[in-house]
Design a protein around this ligand. Structure first.
Ligand SMILES: *Cc1c(COP(=O)(O)O)cnc(C)c1O
Length: 397
């Protein structure tokens, strides 16, 4: 069935176009070098799109090395769902999780000496070797060892643990999404030089070297290395306004839809929503949409944002409430209760992008996608058919 035919999701749902995910992965694969693989960055539940359906789709795909998430719990969800590829934790993993991580083949990003000792112990208890990726700070100043003599000593120390296997080493670009690539290139040089020192001075060639995020995939082919970390572009969204959008044929994966629940005519002077911040200048036709900031739809879109009804844009009037907001449909003929409302995505010739709403609401496209609430079912569609409907990790199809 098509999503529109499911009555119980009409209040609001996020349509996840799995064909767009496929096309985006193919586009990135075509853009990177031979010999480079991809790790799918699916932290924050796949930037709000749902990590499990995406990981399941790629669990047997040779192009994909594995998945990257932010914390062990996100990795456990993937394992529980039966995903078998390697998982990398991009942030600091606290030591309570090391036994489980070793058991479930989840690699931490390592940059503190106490992590080495604790991981080695966890591995010893299970008589296996703990695989790690060493994180190097080349200019993000967030986490990571410094690429200097002390950093080299850290790598030497890591090599000294029999229970630890240094599978990877990586760094992260702070400014690869800017038109001016000087900072990113400097980071890449520093990373390359440090890898060279590890090879020359410690005799170690670490198999999995990586540094590119989506912006790097798009615009820094020289930074491909052994794998790239595909984040925002996996979802068909842009790393920034400054990247050259001609370089990668991606398209947005998520649309956000609702349905009008009430239509009324109001007289001139009628105030709408909390605070009366909108007052009708004449007779108006006002429609109520049953989605609000409780669903992650930003309150800062009050009197600013637009939605699409019957292929035409309708402005938000008054404040966005927790669970509802109002739109002016005076100029759109025939609007009735039950009409579909597109908050993000395409309807006819009109299109509202995550980027547009991010800009209008003073947020950021990444943030907006991540924040689409847990109350909104994710509807997975492929070839026009609904594959699954997930609400808070349960299928409600
Ligand atoms: C989130 C993240 C990424 C992905 O970044 P995008 O800009 O979404 O491609 C890559 N690497 C690290 C370390 C991250 O934290």
């Amino acid at each position: 069935m098509k999503p529109e035919e499911y009555a119980h999701i009409k209040r609001g749902y996020a349509l996840i176009d799995m064909d767009a995910v496929s096309d985006n992965v193919d586009a990135m694969w075509d853009a990177i070098s031979d010999g480079t693989r991809m790790v799918l960055v699916i932290k924050t539940d796949g930037y709000g799109h749902g990590s499990i359906p995406i990981a399941r789709k790629y669990d047997r795909d040779e192009r994909i090395w594995g998945y990257a998430v932010a914390c062990p719990e996100e990795a456990y969800d993937l394992r529980e769902a039966g995903c078998t590829k390697p998982i990398l934790i991009l942030g600091y993993a606290f030591d309570y999780a090391y036994d489980d991580m070793v058991r479930l083949d989840i690699r931490p990003a390592v940059f503190r000496e106490d992590m080495l000792a604790e991981l080695a112990e966890a591995a010893r208890r299970q008589s296996v070797r703990a695989k790690i990726h060493i994180k190097v700070d080349t200019g993000m100043s967030r986490i990571g060892i410094r690429p200097d003599d002390e950093g080299l000593e850290f790598v030497r120390k890591a090599m000294s643990y029999r229970d630890i296997e240094i599978e990877g080493i990586f760094t992260h670009f702070a400014r690869a999404d800017e038109a001016d690539k000087r900072y990113a290139c400097r980071q890449l040089d520093v990373f390359g030089a440090f890898i060279g020192r590890i090879r020359d001075e410690l005799g170690l060639d670490i198999p999995c070297k990586h540094c590119s995020n989506s912006a790097g995939i798009m615009e820094l082919p020289e930074a491909n290395m052994d794998m790239v970390r595909a984040g925002i572009t996996l979802y068909g969204l842009w790393p920034s306004d400054e990247v050259d959008k001609e370089r990668l044929a991606i398209r947005p994966v998520m649309s956000l839809r609702s349905h009008i629940v009430y239509v009324k005519d109001v007289d001139a002077g009628t105030q709408i929503s909390y605070g009366g911040t909108y007052e009708a200048s004449g007779m108006k036709k006002i429609a109520t949409v049953p989605v609000g900031y409780g669903d992650g739809y930003p309150r800062t879109l009050s009197n600013r944002g637009e939605v699409i009804v019957r292929g035409r844009r309708a402005p938000i009037v008054g404040r966005v409430c927790m669970d509802q907001f109002m739109i002016d449909v005076t100029d759109i003929p025939g609007v009735t209760e039950g009409d579909m409302v597109t908050l993000i995505g395409r309807d006819g010739d009109e299109f509202i992008s995550m980027e547009e709403l991010g800009g209008l609401s003073g947020r950021f496209n990444y943030e907006l996608a991540c924040d689409i609430g847990k109350r909104i079912p994710r509807v997975y569609v492929s070839g026009g058919e609904t594959e699954d409907i997930i609400l808070d990790r349960r299928s409600i199809k």
